[in-house]
Ligand binder design. Structure first.
Ligand SMILES: C[S@@+](CC[C@H](N)C(=O)[O-])C[C@H]1O[C@@H](n2cnc3c(N)ncnc32)[C@H](O)[C@@H]1O
Length: 318
C-alpha cells in the first residue's frame, strides 16, 4: 500500500475521497503554476477548503484549512486524529454497499435509510462519504436545515469492489498527506476569521462560493461577503490566489469589475460536468486573481510562458 501511495503522490493529481460539483481537480496544474510563481515559504492557508483537493496537491507541510461545512472539517480532522482509517472505511463501504445492492426500490430504500440516519443528527463521517459517493452526479448540497438533500444516483451496485478500493486508497493517500497538529490546523469558522491569521510569508488560496451561481445551506454568498473578502485580501501581507468565474455564455461576473480588476487576473476555459442547472454545467471562463506579478503566465488558457528552473512545480514541504 505504501509503495502504491508513493507512486500516486509522485505521478498525478491527488483526488480526495469527498466529491462536490465545485471541485477544482482539473484546475490543479494551473493553480500550481501560480503557486510556484508566488514562491511562498510559509503556510498554505485555505479559508474555503471544500473537498480539499487544492490543499492536498499544494505540497505545504504547514497549513491552515477552514470551511463552514462541519462535515468536511469533521471528516478530515477524523483522519488527522486517526479515528477514520482506510481499513475501517473499506469495511464500512463493503457492508453498506452490500445492503444497498439488495435494498428495495433498486437500492433507493437503503440510500434513504443512510440519508435519514445522517440527517437525524448522527452525522457519521462514514455516512458522509457514502452519501457523497452514492448521491446523484457527485454533488454536495445541504437543505435549509443543514440536511443532506441530494437524491440517489440510482445505481444499486454503486459500491463494486473496484470502487471501494478506489475510495479506500483515496482515504489512505490523504491520511499520508494531512500533517498532525499544529502543522496542519483545521477550523470550522467563517473565512473572515481565517484570512487575518496569514503573515507575510504565507500563501492564501481562496475558492469561495461563486457569486450568483451555486447556493445551498453552507454556500450562501452575497455581494457583502464578496466585499468583505475583497477588503481582507486587499489588506493581507501574504500573497493570495483567488478562484472565481469571469464569464460564461450568458453573462459576466460583475464582481470582477466591481472589486477584483485592480489585481492581476489570468483566465482559462473550464467545463463543469456536474451542477444543479444547465448554466452550471456549461463552459465557464475561470479566473485566478492574484496580488503578485503573473507576467510569466499567459493571460488566457495556456499556462506558463517560460519558467525558470526553480519555479517549476516545486513541492515546498516547509
Ligand atoms: C467552491 S467550494 C470550494 C471548493 C474547493 N476548492 C474544491 O476544489 O473542492 C466553497 C466552499 O466554501 C465553503 N464556505 C461557504 N461559505 C463560507 C464562509 N463564509 N466561510 C468559510 N467557508 C465557506 C463551502 O462550505 C464550500 O465547501
Amino acid at each position: 500500500m505504501l509503495q502504491e501511495i508513493q507512486k500516486v503522490k509522485a505521478m498525478k493529481v491527488i483526488v480526495p475521497p469527498i466529491k462536490s460539483q465545485g471541485i477544482k481537480t482539473k484546475l490543479i496544474p494551473w493553480i500550481k503554476d501560480l503557486t510556484a510563481i508566488a514562491h511562498q515559504k510559509g503556510k498554505w492557508i485555505e479559508p474555503f477548503l471544500g473537498t480539499g483537493v487544492v490543499a492536498f496537491n499544494a505540497g505545504y507541510k504547514k497549513a491552515i484549512l477552514n470551511d463552514t461545512n462541519p462535515h468536511i472539517i469533521g471528516f478530515y480532522k477524523g483522519i488527522q486524529e486517526g479515528e477514520i482509517l482506510a481499513p475501517l472505511m473499506k469495511k464500512y463501504l463493503e457492508e453498506e454497499g452490500r445492503l444497498l445492492s439488495v435494498a428495495d426500490n433498486n437500492g433507493y430504500e437503503h440510500y434513504l435509510k443512510v440519508r435519514s440516519r445522517f440527517n437525524s443528527g448522527e452525522f457519521s463521517p462514514y455516512d458522509f462519504i457514502f452519501l457523497s459517493r452514492a448521491g446523484f452526479n457527485g454533488m454536495m448540497r445541504f437543505g435549509s436545515k443543514g440536511n443532506w438533500n441530494i437524491p440517489f444516483c440510482k445505481k444499486p451496485d454503486r459500491f463494486a469492489q473496484a470502487y471501494i478500493t478506489k475510495i479506500t486508497n483515496q482515504v489512505a493517500i490523504v491520511s499520508q498527506i494531512i500533517q498532525p497538529e499544529p502543522n496542519w490546523i483545521f477550523y470550522n469558522k467563517s473565512f473572515s476569521e481565517i484570512i487575518p491569521l496569514a503573515t507575510e510569508n504565507d500563501i492564501i488560496y481562496c475558492d469561495p462560493p461563486y457569486y450568483g451561481r451555486h447556493v445551498d445551506y453552507y454556500n450562501s454568498w452575497t455581494e457583502k461577503d464578496e466585499e468583505l473578502l475583497f477588503n481582507l485580501l486587499s489588506e493581507t501581507k501574504a500573497k493570495f490566489i483567488l478562484s472565481t468565474w469571469h464569464h460564461n455564455d450568458w453573462r459576466e461576473n460583475e464582481m470582477i469589475n466591481k472589486f477584483w480588476k485592480k489585481f492581476n487576473i489570468v483566465t482559462k476555459d473550464h467545463f463543469y460536468h456536474n451542477g444543479g442547472s444547465i448554466e452550471n454545467r456549461r463552459t465557464v471562463v475561470e479566473a485566478l486573481v492574484c496580488n503578485f506579478d503573473t507576467n510569466q503566465i499567459d493571460e488566457h488558457n495556456h499556462g506558463l510562458k517560460k519558467k525558470s528552473k526553480e519555479q517549476q512545480l516545486e513541492i515546498v514541504w516547509n
